[in-house]
Design a protein around this ligand. Structure first.
Ligand code: IFM
Length: 450
C-alpha cells in the first residue's frame, strides 16, 4: 500500500442523525420525542429553533441519497427515530415509520452505499419520559430491547452494521446532569443511574440483535472520545486528568469491553448510591464487532481551566485554531484516541463514526460555499487516521460529520457542520468546497498532496 493510500475496502461515509435532519415531526404517525418537547420550550435552543422542518430530509431523502452517490460515498451512517417506529415508545408499531427507513435502505443499497444504522441518537419518545422518567428508569432496558427487535426484524435482511447508542456520555451529561439538552434534568446521582440503565439497555439490545441477525451482523456502539491532556504535571491537575479521563473516555467503554466501571468513577461521591443488580455487568459486557469513535477535539487541563472536572473542563491553547464551536483543532488527538482504544480494548474493528467541524459558512452570490478551513481540518484528521492504520490500528472506515448542515441541538441552526450547505428557508442543498475535497479523497482512496 502506497504511503498515502487507505486500505482497498475502506469505507468513506458521512453521518447524520434523525432529529437533526428529518423534520416531518408530525407526519405518518410519528410520536413526540423529547427533543420536540425540549426545543419547543422557550429559552432552551438558540433562536427558538426546533427540528420541525430541519433539513427536510424526510421529504428529500432520494435527493440526499443522490447527493451521496454524486460524492461517491460508500457508507452512510444514520439513526432511526424511535418515535416514528413506536410512537408511544412501546405499544403498537407504526408501519409507516418503518417504511421510511425501509425505502432509505433500499435506495442506499441501489446506490451501492453501505448503511450503518444507529438505534438511538438522543430522540427518545416523549411518552417514555412522561411515564418512566426516561433513562432514570430500569424499565427502559426492556423498552429499548423491544425497539431493537422491531427495527432489526424489518431491516436486518439488508442492514449489516448496527450501533445501539450514539455518545451515551454526551446525552447523559448534557441531558441528565447539566440539563442543557433534552430532557433537561440536572442531577448527578440521577445521571449516573440513567447511564447505568443505558448500559444495560445496550447489553439487552445487543443480545436481541445478535439473535435476530446472526453471526454475520456487525454490532457495536458509538462513543464521543477526547484525550485528556495537561499543561503541567502539577498533582492537582494530574488527579483531575485521571478523573476526567474516567468520565470522558472509560465510563462507557470499560463496562462494555471489560465488564467493569473505572475505579475513579466508583470512588466519586456521585456513584455512591448507584443501584445495581447481580448480573448487571455480565449483561453490559458485550463482544462487540466494532467500536465507533466520534472525535472532534482534545481536552486540555490547566490550573485555571473552567469546569474543574466536568464536560467543559478545557483550557484555551494560545495560538491554536478553534472552530465555530470553540473547539481546538487538534488532529493529533484522533491518532492518540485510535491508538489508545486499540491498545486498551483490542476491538476487532474501529470506525471514525463522526469527525468534522462547524464554521461560519456563507453561500456566495456565485453559488459556492468556500470553506477551506473545513477541508484543511478534514485533511489533517484523515492523515492522523492514516498514521494510526500504518501503526496497526484496525480502522475500517471514516464518516464525516455531517452530510448536511443540520439542527445542532441547543445551538439550533446557528452552527453549520455540513459538507453540504442547506438553505433552510428553501431546503436547497449546495455542495461546499469541502465536499469536493472529500470526493477527491474518496476517488483516490488517499489524501491528495496539497
Ligand atoms: O451534532 C452532534 C452529533 O449529534 C453528535 N456528535 C457531535 C455532533 C457535533 O456536535
Amino acid at each position: 500500500m502506497a504511503p498515502n493510500q487507505f486500505p482497498d475496502d475502506f469505507i468513506w461515509g458521512a453521518a447524520t442523525a434523525s432529529y437533526q435532519i428529518e423534520g416531518a415531526v408530525r407526519e405518518d404517525g410519528r410520536g413526540e420525542s423529547i427533543w420536540d418537547r425540549f426545543s419547543h420550550t422557550p429559552g432552551k435552543v438558540t433562536n427558538g429553533d426546533t427540528g420541525d422542518v430541519a433539513a427536510d430530509h424526510y421529504h428529500r431523502m432520494s435527493e440526499d441519497v443522490a447527493l451521496m452517490r454524486a460524492l461517491e460515498l460508500n457508507g452512510y451512517r444514520f439513526s432511526v427515530a424511535w418515535s416514528r417506529i413506536l410512537p408511544q415508545g412501546d405499544g403498537p408499531v407504526n408501519e409507516a415509520g418503518l417504511d421510511f427507513y425501509d425505502r432509505l435502505v433500499d435506495e442506499l443499497l441501489a446506490a451501492e452505499i453501505t448503511p450503518f444504522l444507529t438505534l438511538y441518537h438522543w430522540d427518545l419518545p416523549q411518552a417514555l419520559q412522561d411515564r418512566f422518567g426516561g433513562w432514570l428508569s430500569r424499565q427502559m432496558v426492556d423498552m429499548f430491547a423491544r425497539y431493537a427487535d422491531v427495527v432489526s426484524r424489518r431491516l436486518g435482511d439488508r442492514v449489516r452494521y448496527w450501533a445501539t447508542f450514539n455518545e451515551p456520555r454526551i446525552f447523559i451529561w448534557l441531558g441528565y446532569i447539566e440539563g442543557t439538552h433534552a430532557p433537561g434534568l440536572a442531577d448527578w446521582t440521577g445521571g449516573a443511574q440513567a447511564a447505568h440503565h443505558v448500559m444495560l439497555a445496550h447489553g439487552a439490545a445487543f443480545r436481541t440483535l445478535r439473535q435476530n441477525l446472526g453471526a454475520d451482523a456487525q454490532l457495536g456502539i458509538v462513543y464521543a472520545l477526547s484525550p485528556i491532556e495537561t499543561v503541567s504535571d502539577d498533582p492537582e491537575i494530574l488527579a483531575r486528568q485521571r478523573l476526567l479521563d474516567a468520565r470522558t473516555n472509560c465510563w462507557f467503554l470499560d463496562p462494555v469491553l471489560r465488564g467493569e466501571y473505572p475505579p475513579e468513577l466508583l470512588d466519586a461521591p456521585q456513584w455512591a448510591n448507584l443501584q445495581t443488580e447481580p448480573g448487571d455487568l455480565a449483561l453490559i459486557r458485550t463482544p462487540v464487532d466494532f467500536v465507533g469513535i466520534n472525535y472532534y477535539s482534545r481536552t486540555l487541563l490547566a490550573p485555571d481551566s473552567a469546569g474543574k472536572g466536568d464536560l467543559h473542563d478545557s483550557a484555551p491553547n494560545p495560538g491554536a485554531e478553534y472552530t465555530a464551536m470553540g473547539w481546538e483543532v487538534y488532529p493529533q488527538g484522533l491518532y492518540t484516541t485510535l491508538r489508545r482504544v486499540h491498545e486498551r480494548y483490542a476491538v476487532p474493528a474501529l470506525y471514525v463514526t463522526e469527525n468534522g467541524a462547524a464554521f461560519d459558512d456563507v453561500l456566495e452570490p456565485d453559488g459556492r460555499v468556500r470553506d477551506p478551513r473545513r477541508s484543511a481540518y478534514l485533511r489533517a484528521h484523515f492523515k492522523a487516521a492514516q498514521r494510526a492504520i500504518a501503526d496497526g490500528v484496525p480502522l475500517k472506515g471514516y464518516f464525516v460529520w455531517s452530510l448536511l448542515d443540520n439542527f445542532e441541538w441547543a445551538h439550533g441552526y446557528e452552527k453549520r457542520f455540513g459538507i453540504t450547505y442547506v438553505d433552510y428557508p428553501t431546503g436547497a442543498r449546495t455542495l461546499k468546497d469541502s465536499a469536493r475535497f472529500y470526493q477527491s479523497v474518496i476517488r483516490a482512496n488517499a489524501v491528495p498532496e496539497e
